[in-house]
Design a protein around this ligand. Structure first.
Ligand SMILES: Nc1ncnc2c1ncn2[C@@H]1O[C@H](COP(=O)(O)OP(=O)(O)O)[C@@H](O)[C@H]1O
Ligand SMILES: [Mg+2]
Length: 346
């Protein structure tokens, strides 16, 4: 296991000193979650243990009404579930408008997708597999052929297949959990798989043949946990692997993780890197509610992630300023708003 984060205790101590004691108000941190089991209670317990529950306290979010423009009662919310519950996403945007620091930024998460992520990576110096976007095989609801008069038919399959090469990965532009992920060897297999994907918008992607593979937590755009990972092992054994990675490789991986998350603006994410000829190639880096289940990721990783997310939530609570935006916005958006080029911020 490789750990590259800063010392947590110093960051909290610094934030504590910066606070103006005369303005002490109770800050509330909430966690919004679904079916997951181990992380939410561990997080609440850790935050309260650290703060003593006095000026900052954590709890499970509770919602019993949602009124436009009204604060939700939490200064910080850790969102683990709005990808599956549109009602929660809308609640979080209203909360953000009224000053809640939501992790992750619900506006950016709504706007983002994996194809855009890859495209952005090509502009900020992070290697990614050659990737193309494809229209869904079936028409989306309430559309017909007339809705697609801008599309060339057939697509330029020759150029697409030549660019990507075989074998290739074929996977949704939004999603996770290895759902609808195919490994394909030729055009016949491709058209068979395409036929099965219905209304999903898919990407076709070059396969990266790797020597090592890492799954990395990125927290607060500053803490990185690089976990050796073997995707070819059965699910329950994937974290039980050791790569003997030189320091320079780990450093490149860490830099890539931070760069991607600082540009995207995610405070909580995982990045998968496949190492090809000592170059980290980013495979999957749009996981704003990554698995944190102790049984899957192992006790040591779980402990690290509970600590890092608790520290982030406490820092955000201390730095929270009522009555204004307290979200993180990535460098991609900062460049757009200030009309500078991405390379100026790289
Ligand atoms: N371009 C690729 N090259 C090599 N392996 C890949 C590639 N894309 C996906 N994979 C493999 O498939 C797995 C699932 O794909 P991924 O993009 O991570 O989808 P999901 O978001 O569903 O986890 C990855 O963990 C990796 O092992
Ligand atoms: Mg993945």
């Amino acid at each position: 296991m490789f750990e590259t984060s800063r010392d947590f205790s110093t960051s909290v101590a610094a934030a504590t000193c910066a606070r103006n004691d005369s303005e002490k108000v109770m800050k509330k941190i909430g966690i919004l979650f679904g079916q997951e089991h181990s992380f939410p209670p561990a997080f609440v317990e850790r935050v309260n243990q650290k703060t003593g529950g006095k000026d900052i306290a954590a709890e499970f979010v509770r919602i019993d009404k949602v009124i436009q423009g009204e604060p939700c009662g939490y200064d910080v919310v850790i969102d683990r579930i709005s990808q599956d519950v549109p009602f929660y996403r809308a609640w979080l945007k209203n909360a953000a408008l009224t000053g809640t620091a939501v992790v992750n930024n619900p506006f950016w998460w709504s706007a983002d997708d994996k194809f855009f992520n890859n495209a952005l990576a090509t502009k900020i110096g992070v290697a990614v597999p050659r990737t193309v976007l494809l229209p869904s095989h079936q028409l989306p609801p309430d559309t017909n052929e007339k809705s697609f008069r801008n599309l060339g038919y057939p697509l330029d399959w020759e150029a697409i297949f030549n660019y990507v090469g075989w074998p290739a990965f074929f996977k949704p532009f939004i999603g996770g959990g290895w759902k609808n992920v195919y490994r394909l060897h030729n055009r016949e297999e491709f058209f068979r798989a395409y036929n099965d994907t219905g209304q999903l918008v898919m990407m076709l992607q070059e396969e990266i043949k790797f020597d090592m593979y890492f799954r990395c937590y990125s927290i607060d755009q500053r803490h990185v946990r690089i976990m050796p990972y073997e995707p070819r092992h059965p699910f329950h054994l994937r974290y039980q692997t050791e790569w003997h990675a030189p320091k320079e490789i780990l450093q490149k991986v860490e830099e890539g993780v931070l760069r991607l998350n600082q540009f995207l603006g995610y405070d909580l994410n995982t990045v998968e890197f496949a190492m090809r000829d000592s170059v980290p190639v980013a495979i999957d880096f749009c996981n704003p509610a990554p698995d944190c289940e102790a049984a899957w990721i192992g006790q040591a990783n779980f402990e690290w992630v509970v600590e890092a997310i608790s520290e982030m939530a406490i820092r955000k609570a201390r730095e929270h300023v009522p009555g204004r935006d307290n979200l993180s916005w990535g460098k991609f958006l900062q460049a757009a708003v200030t009309k500078c080029s991405l390379s100026d911020l790289a």
